[in-house]
Design a protein around this ligand. Sequence first.
Ligand code: ZN
Length: 225
Amino acid sequence: MAKIRPVARYALKRQKYKGCISKLLSGDCEWGDKDLKPLKDEIRKLLRVEQNEVCPYCQRIIIPERRNLNEHIEHVLDKSKAKYKKFSLTASNLILACHGCNVEKGQKDLLNSGTPAPIYLRLIDLPFIWPHPCVDDMVRCVHKAPGPVYSPIEGSGKEAEAERMIKDLKLNDTRNIESRYGRLVERRDRIMTLLGRLARINDEKSRRRMAPLILENEKVAAALN
Ligand SMILES: [Zn+2]
């Protein structure tokens, strides 16, 4: 995965969102407020295309999960920390992560302890403890071997950061691998059932619905390897 471009800015620049953005930044509403939903939906759509639906941390396809549909916008610098709240809607602080990585990351501070809170998010200057998906090309920092088994790539210049991320996200933890694998298998089975049902109906509408499912099925199959 190449560096993620901060595409969220296209949504954030829209006039119609100015009101809810300033409400969030001034503390008049929370991240979960329903006023922010249209903006978050738009950001999510932009990021999904930009990231090709792949989680930058584990490099696996992000499976849409109903319980998580509204929540998997990930803030690299955690929005729940007062010092980073001002970056809640900073494009280069927003990525999509899979549910597993999102949960493991939790409220972890990705800046070295003792680093003062930045005034502006000038990513290049900051001592992040993991590779940053908008600064670093994650596939050049972390190697994902079939299994998958993760390891830092020598010569990337981010070996220590990659190692730390692999450890913190428990990417090589057997239970984690199994549960992620299980979710992919579940998703594949659900797609296959749906495809079978649509193929039996075989009218124009069902054929239209099959096309994106076939694409997703290919991605899931690739992620299973
Ligand atoms: Zn992930």
